[in-house]
Design a protein around this ligand. Sequence first.
Ligand SMILES: [Fe+2]
Length: 212
Amino acid sequence: MSPARTARVLALLLGAAACQGSAAGEATGSGVRPDLYACEGCEAVHERDPASLTWHARVAGPEEPGERLVVTGTVFAPDGVTPQAGVVIYLHQTNAEGLYAGGSDESEWSRRNGRLRAWVRTGADGRYRFDTIKPAPYPDRTMPAHIHLMVGEPGRRPYYIDDIVFAGEFLVDEAYRARQELRGGSGIVTLARSADGTLLARRDIVLERHGE
Ligand SMILES: [Fe+2]
């Protein structure tokens, strides 16, 4: 189940009239997406007190099967150059079998998103880091391996940004590139590998403009 895809369908059904003159989901002349806040599950961003968060979180411990992956990036203001502090990022992903498994009873989203989820809050330099494992595509092979990201800026409603996917891998092709919404910038990352074998992914985020 893809929250982003579900939200997109909802936005298409509910927001068509608001999207006249531009494709659904695209930013308008003001740079504000008409469906910015259409999001299934973005309330999970608020499941943690921002004051309890730091710029770094561990999603998966050493006991979690899979290849080690470190996701880093810098969050920028909509100008694309000013680092943005105090932004909460909620990450959730499938495990190495492509499943959202092992969730807790804490909330609807802890059950549906599985155990591989975590939050960070950017520091003064806008940077963040998640230590995790590389996800696998869903068992039905309908989507590439992906990592969901949702952002919560202080005093703003949360929204999702483009999933992290891995360049050159299954289903990350020209058709996928053409379908990108580019929320928060592109989510297609090129993996690198550190000397100790850890996979490295850099996903910088340019925050979306708000209408109010
Ligand atoms: Fe998903």
